[in-house]
Design a protein around this ligand. Structure first.
Ligand SMILES: [Zn+2]
Length: 157
């Protein structure tokens, strides 16, 4: 089959290794080098098929026609896992922003009036919206961890 899109041209020039790393990075969206290395080393040992089946049984992953993807809940778990990476980087006394029921951090959630930074998706709330899309934006009194983090105080460290 002939494809004409520009991504195909790029893909054809990638080695199998480069394609695999590209995909793993895409699934993580952003990841520490150690996380990617860990993921790929485990994939080579047959760890993946077994693990995917376990995830499917827990309702976190789905498989259709040989294509695996995260379920809505699995996406939430994956996002939360990334969110937790930030625990050690939070200013003292700050709480890690958490999802509410109906939110997985990637899909649009129920109406939301409280911006809770999804640190795995800069500028977004757990409800899937940007800060300005919220009905009320916390004022000076309401500034929490998300404001500090988004303000860049952690970006330089
Ligand atoms: Zn929100």
């Amino acid at each position: 089959m002939d494809f004409v899109n520009e991504f195909e041209k790029e893909l054809c020039q990638l080695s199998p290794e480069q394609g695999w790393v590209l995909q793993v990075l895409g699934q993580h969206r952003s990841a520490l080098l150690t996380t990617l290395v860990d993921t790929m080393e485990r994939a080579r040992t047959g760890f993946v098929a077994e693990t995917l089946e376990g995830l499917r049984q827990r309702g976190l992953a789905e498989c259709s026609d040989g294509i695996w993807r995260l379920s809505w809940k699995g996406t939430g778990v994956a996002n939360w896992r990334e969110q937790k990476v930030w625990i050690d980087l939070l200013p003292a006394g700050m709480r890690l922003p958490e999802p509410r029921p109906g939110e997985n951090g990637s899909d649009l959630g129920p109406d939301c009036d409280s911006f809770r930074a999804a640190l795995f998706a800069p500028g977004r709330c757990w409800c899937g919206r940007g800060r300005t899309e919220h009905r009320t934006v916390p004022g000076e009194h309401g500034r929490g961890a998300e404001s500090e983090i988004e303000g860049g105080s952690l970006a330089d460290g």
